[in-house]
Every structure is written in C-alpha cells, then in structure tokens.
Write a protein that binds this ligand. Structure first.
Ligand SMILES: NC(=O)c1ccc[n+]([C@@H]2O[C@H](COP(=O)([O-])OP(=O)(O)OC[C@H]3O[C@@H](n4cnc5c(N)ncnc54)[C@H](O)[C@@H]3O)[C@@H](O)[C@H]2O)c1
Length: 443
C-alpha cells in the first residue's frame, strides 16, 4: 500500500551514523538551509520554523500531561550527524552562492566561510530548454538521458562512500522547470526508461534526479512545482524499491497564508467572490518565474489550493465561480524579500460584501529553509520506519501535495498538521488523537 506500512510493523530503525542531505540546486533556499544548520550546530542560530527541532507532540489523554518534543519522541537524525552535498549548473560553492543570494547577513556567513566554501556543487544534469533564464557551465555530458541518470547514481554512491554516510536523502531545491503534462512516456517504468534512452523531450532533468535517487534507494522530496517524481512510473518505482517520496512545491509565503485563511472562511460558511494575489520578488527564482513557461508550472500549483479547500461543488451558493488570480512579478530591488498582496472579497449574512487585505512582507528562503530540514529528517525517518511511496502525511509542507491516484489532495494546513502528528503517533505505537474529548463521556 502506498505511503503506508504493513500491520505487523516493527519499531523504526534508529538513526545511527551519518545522514547525507543532497540538494539538486545550490541557490538561495539550499544555502540558507545549509548555513542555518551549521549556525545552529555552533550555537549561533535558532531553528525557528522547524517542527522537527521545536515542536512538541501531545500523547495520550489531555489529562496525562505527556507532550515531548517530536525529536525526543521519534528517532530522527541529529543535526550533528548531517553532511551536505549539491548539484548545480552554476559552479559557485555554497559560500559564494549564499553571498550572491543575499539572504543571510555576514554575521551568519563569515564565521562559517570555510564550512560553506567546502560545499562545491557536483556537475548538474541541466538543459536550457527546461529552465530558459539560466546559463550554467557546470553541466554533465552524456549521450542519452539514461547515461545522465547513471552518472547521478554514481555521484550518490561516491558521495556516500567519501563521507562515510549511513543513509542519503534528496530534496529538490533547484529552479522551477517548464510545464510538462504527464504523458504515456511517464506511465510505466518500461516506457520511462525507453523515453530516457530516446532522449525524449518530456523527460526533464528533475525526473532523472528522482529516478536515480529511487534506483539508489534514496528518499526524494520535491520542493518545486515541476512534476519530477510525481509521475506513475516513478511512484511505482518508489513502491517497488521501498523508498518514500513526497512533493510538490514548498508551501511558504502566500499559499501558506491562503491555506490558513481559506479554511477559516469556510469553517464559518462565509462566501467568497474573489481572491486576487500578487507578489513582487527579486531573487533568481523570481527571474526564472518571469518566464511564462516556468510560471505556468507555478501557477497551476498555486491555483489548485482554493478549490479543494472550499469545495464549490458541495457549496455552490458560497463558492461557485469565485475569481482567483495569481501573479508573480520579477522586481530586482526586493531580492529574496518578497512582498505578497492579497485582496479577498468575501460575502456575509444576506449576501453583504466585505474585504480582507493581507500584505505579507516575507523572506522566501527564511521560510523555506526549515521545511527542507524537516522534509529531509522526516523522509529519512519514514524510510527507517518501513514507509514507502507517496508520503501524504508530509502534505503539510507542500503547495501541491502528491496523493495516491484518484484521491484529492488535502490542502487545509490544520488537517495536514493533524495527519502529520497522527502518523508519527501511529508509527511509534501511540494512540491517534481525534480531539473528540471522549474521556469525559466514557466513565
Ligand atoms: N523560497 C521559497 O519560499 C520557495 C517556495 C516554494 C518553492 N520554491 C522553489 O524552490 C526552488 C529553489 O528556490 P531558490 O529561491 O533557492 O532558487 P535559486 O534560483 O536561488 O536556486 C535554484 C538553483 O537551482 C539551480 N538549478 C537549476 N536547474 C538545475 C538542475 N537541473 N540541476 C541542479 N541545479 C539546478 C540553479 O542554477 C540555481 O542555483 C525553486 O524551484 C523555487 O520555485 C521556493
């Protein structure tokens, strides 16, 4: 069964030895993540925004007063046991990339300059066709896409041996690729492998990283909206190889806000006439998303959220035909400090209109970095707990959560949080919490 374990589950294997976290992409998000972890290890930073490092989990009845930290309850890899690696078509090491990204200040970069400079990106599988705004030189060569995937597999083995890793996990932190519709080449492993050999255009680099990871038994998380591992051939491969996968697209800034506010509007049975969202963003991600083909991938990811939360088919009077517009504007002066504007036209008692305005001045990579850490640690844990295939309990972290075929994604942040915590309880042999409060009725 996908994303699940058999009933006769044994306790998760402990997190012994070194965990290698590899990121395709060594840009703003990846370097903010790596530099952040190193600062935290040295006591010069705090892991704010990370559930694995800061959140507690209630166990048993409310009256039991048991609420350990998640990291004390679940056997997660410790920060001191992590090593980092990356691929990027731009040859900058992590220090240079972090300076260029301009997210972290010198006080968080200069003291760890040696550490960051030592993280040099491996040559990437990259083609301009899929990310038109970038021009990299640190790129692999191969006759076929299958050759390229084999080279990525070799990189993983080499990295594991060089750093004496017990386990690896991969989190896609590379640019958003152009929009690709799933087709017959993605349907089965056989067709996928044939398409790799034929250098078929619908096989994007992100799919090659995912394929290579799964073949090596390495969990794969997809932080961008491109399909990558979200195709039937690779979902099947993940199940066959017993590897956890999850995606797509880190849920940070505006969509995170949307999945908080929309459930609140619906919970009170207030109507929605329209939701207009616009962003100004000046980092490299913003530049890549300025290309209409990459933006289309992002737009699809951002648009799906409201419909599934509000269920217009169930509540036509409240949510039928609401207007939803999402814009991203590349505006260099802002760098990584994105500004999101939301205008929400809601409808109340007797049809009277009201408006909500949200102006979110966020820092994109500061919000994304803890998600990279949590996804890596939880995916590694999931594998040690015998989980495989799509990890729906990690939907909490994604704008377009992957689901088992035929199921609709859950977007409500609070349902996602409950699912995440209940999965941890289940895997550790604790009772799931329903918030029913039945203890008051049972005696
Ligand atoms: N920051 C956020 O809040 C957030 C939220 C959701 C999704 N994302 C996604 O995360 C990704 C990373 O964002 P970022 O701000 O770090 O972008 P970035 O442009 O700073 O970094 C991306 C890096 O990926 C590299 N790259 C491109 N194609 C590659 C390939 N085939 N293999 C290896 N590397 C490749 C680029 O050279 C670049 O260095 C983007 O796809 C973005 O859309 C970010």
């Amino acid at each position: 069964m996908q994303g699940s374990t058999s009933d006769k589950r044994s306790a998760p294997r402990p997190a012994t030895g070194t965990l290698g976290i590899l990121t395709p992409g060594l840009g703003a998000v990846a370097t903010t993540f790596m530099a952040g972890v190193e600062n935290i290890r040295r006591g010069t930073g705090s892991p704010i925004g990370s559930l694995t490092q800061m959140a507690t989990i209630r166990l048993g009845k409310r009256t039991d007063n048991r609420a350990p930290l998640i990291k004390d309850f679940v056997p997660l890899a410790e920060l001191k046991d992590i090593v980092f690696g990356a691929w990027d078509p731009i040859p900058d090491d992590a220090y240079t990339a972090a300076k260029k990204a301009g997210v972290l200040e010198d006080k968080h970069l200069e003291p760890i300059k040696d550490f960051l400079s030592a993280i040099k990106p491996m040559p990437a599988v990259f083609e301009n066709h899929y990310v038109t705004r970038l021009h990299g030189t640190n790129v692999k060569k191969g006759k076929t896409k299958r050759d390229l995937a084999e080279q990525l597999r070799q990189d993983m083995r080499d990295f594991k041996a060089k750093h004496n890793c017990d386990r690896l996990v991969i989190v896609w932190c590379a640019s958003t690729e152009i929009f690709i519709r799933p087709g017959p080449q993605h349907a089965t492993l056989e067709q996928f492998e044939k398409a790799m050999e034929n250098n078929d255009e619908v096989i994007a680099p992100s799919m090659l990283y995912a394929y290579a990871a799964l073949m090596e038994g390495v969990p794969f998380c997809n932080g961008a909206p491109n399909l990558s591992v979200d195709i039937p051939a690779l979902v099947q491969l993940a199940n066959d190889k017993g590897v956890p996968i999850s995606g797509k697209d880190f849920k940070t800034g505006q969509t995170w806000m949307k999945t908080i506010i929309a459930p609140g509007i619906k919970a009170r049975m207030l109507g929605l006439a329209g939701w207009y969202s616009t962003n100004i963003l000046g980092n490299r991600d913003g530049e890549v998303l300025d290309d209409p083909a990459s933006f289309k991938t992002k737009e699809e990811s951002k648009l799906s959220v409201l419909h599934t939360i509000l269920q217009p088919e169930k509540y036509p009077e409240l949510y039928k035909d609401f207007t939803h517009v999402v814009r991203i504007n590349y505006y260099p002066p802002r760098g990584d400090n994105k500004e999101g504007w939301d205008n929400i036209d809601i409808v109340g008692w007797m049809g009277y209109p009201m408006q909500i305005k949200v102006n979110f001045l966020c820092r994109d990579s500061i919000l994304a970095a803890p998600l990279v850490l949590d996804l890596a640690l939880f995916s590694d844990f999931a594998q040690r707990a015998g989980m495989k295939g799509i990890q729906e309990w990690l939907s909490f972290y994604y704008k377009s959560p992957m689901t088992a075929p035929g199921l609709q994604a859950e977007h409500d942040l609070f349902i996602q949080q409950t699912k995440l915590k209940n999965t941890l309880r289940h895997l550790m042999g604790e009772e799931q919490i329903t918030h029913l409060g039945l203890e008051y009725y049972q005696s």
